[in-house]
Ligand binder design. Structure first.
Ligand SMILES: C[S@@+](CC[C@H](N)C(=O)[O-])C[C@H]1O[C@@H](n2cnc3c(N)ncnc32)[C@H](O)[C@@H]1O
Length: 417
């Protein structure tokens, strides 16, 4: 019989027990700053079209946050006030914190349940959007978990998943193995001793860049979550794409895609650029993951495999491209100081961690970027660029902006913003 610790998602599962004692991320007192940041309709439209391409915009979504931790479900309920949000988690501590935060913010559009992902069908409900970040790689059987989520994803729905990636986490995997060899437990004293031990790690240890790049990683709760987690695996790009495929889903796009694309940043300037760009997309992503060498996680938007034929488009085809409406993504910035020769500005997205993902633009391109307001269509922007520079490949430029995570493309919506 399949009982206790062997039953996926059961309360006796060591992962459930671990997150009861060590909720992660740490609970927050309030989400006012996040709510403020999402108060703009343009911000929500950008997120919607990132997930659903040029499909018609709507906000009355049913959203499932699977493995919601201490605040993620409340965050989505606040971000999407016209949606109905359900959060599930296997840890009572996570559910309790989520409920407390829901009361504190007076959130009326969120239901929370103590329920493992593997039994999500018991909700007897399906969803337009399923968010599952930082969870699947901890499951006893990640395939069962993802299949269960696929079964509650509506036709035409989108799922955002994040799983850990292997190469950038080599040092983490090593120290997990180290702590297992020593039988390091998760009492406060043991975690503190582990933190002191990490201070002595040699500078050329593969964990060192992570400790240096993310000061948060030195916090005791982060150390416990990353290094003393009872069960965790990682997925390289080919492993992740295989996982998505065999669970009846289809890859849509990377949540932030420039780091994976051979057309963006460093890979585009190497003697291999053309060869890289000639590979099928899945191999391009796999090769660029190896080239970059330090990815710690992958966030992907996926859909039901059955939807593939009628998939909305992230980049519309030639017949409708001129009607598409670009919207700038959050965290994008136009910089006008210390420019490379010939550039009128450089564009960055502050959510990128690789410094080579910088897009240089000339005068006409800069004015196109400045004119993007979530209302003007590509045809309007092309007119503007022509007035400024004569002949102009605005469609090609918009594609570059899209690849560099500067914009998404939306269908025109009356009344927005
Ligand atoms: C690292 S936290 C991530 C929390 C949240 N998704 C986020 O990104 O902030 C992992 C969460 O998944 C939950 N979890 C682990 N296994 C689960 C399962 N089988 N079903 C539901 N939740 C699970 C844990 O209790 C924990 O709250």
């Amino acid at each position: 019989m399949n009982t206790g610790a062997n039953r996926p998602g059961s309360a006796e599962d060591p992962i459930a027990r671990f997150y009861e004692e060590h909720p992660y991320p740490a609970p927050v007192a309030n989400l006012d700053a996040d709510r403020e940041g999402w108060s703009s309709p343009l911000r929500r439209r950008a997120e919607y079209h990132l997930l659903y391409g040029t499909r018609e915009y709507r906000e009355d979504l049913d959203i499932l946050v699977a493995g919601c931790g201490t605040f993620q479900a409340v965050r989505h309920a606040l971000r999407w006030p016209n949606a109905r949000v359900v959060g599930i988690d296997v840890s009572e501590t996570s559910v309790r914190h989520t409920k407390e935060l829901r009361e504190r913010h007076g959130v009326g559009n969120l239901a929370v349940h103590l329920l493992p992902i593997e039994r999500v069908s018991e909700l007897a409900h399906d969803f337009d959007l399923v968010i599952c970040t930082g969870v699947l790689h901890h499951l006893a059987d990640p395939d069962i978990g993802l299949r269960s989520l696929r079964d509650v994803l509506r036709p035409g729905g989108a799922m955002l998943i994040m799983v850990y990636a292997p190469y950038g986490r080599t040092g983490v995997t090593m120290m997990q193995e180290y702590s297992r060899l020593l039988g390091v437990g998760t009492t406060d004293d043991e975690i503190r001793d582990f933190a002191l031990t990490l201070k002595e790690i040699p500078e050329d240890h593969p964990l060192d860049p992570l400790l240096r790049r993310s000061p948060d990683f030195r916090r005791l709760d982060a150390i416990a979550d990353a290094l003393l987690n009872p069960r965790e695996r990682t997925y390289s790009v080919p492993e992740l794409l295989g996982y998505i495929d065999r669970t009846g889903l289809a890859f849509g796009r990377w949540y932030r895609q420039a780091p994976y694309l051979p057309q963006c940043g460093g890979p585009a300037t190497t003697p291999h650029a053309e060869r890289l760009q000639g590979l099928p997309p899945a191999e391009q992503y796999a090769a660029v993951e190896l080239f970059r060498g330090s990815m710690v996680r992958h966030s992907a938007v996926v859909h039901r495999a059955a939807d593939q034929e009628r998939l909305w488009r992230y980049l519309p085809g030639p017949e409708s491209v001129m009607d598409a409406v670009p919207i700038r993504l959050p965290h994008t910035l136009t910089i006008e100081e210390r420019l490379p020769p010939g550039a009128a500005a450089v564009l960055i997205n502050r959510s990128h961690t690789y410094p080579d993902l910088v897009l240089s633009v000339d005068d006409a391109e800069k004015s196109v970027v400045e004119a993007i307001d979530g209302r003007r269509s590509l045809a309007d922007l092309a007119d503007l660029a022509r007035a400024k520079a004569g002949a102009h490949d605005t469609v090609g430029f918009i594609e570059r902006l899209y690849r560099y995570d500067q914009i998404v493309l939306a269908s025109p919506v009356a009344g927005y913003p």
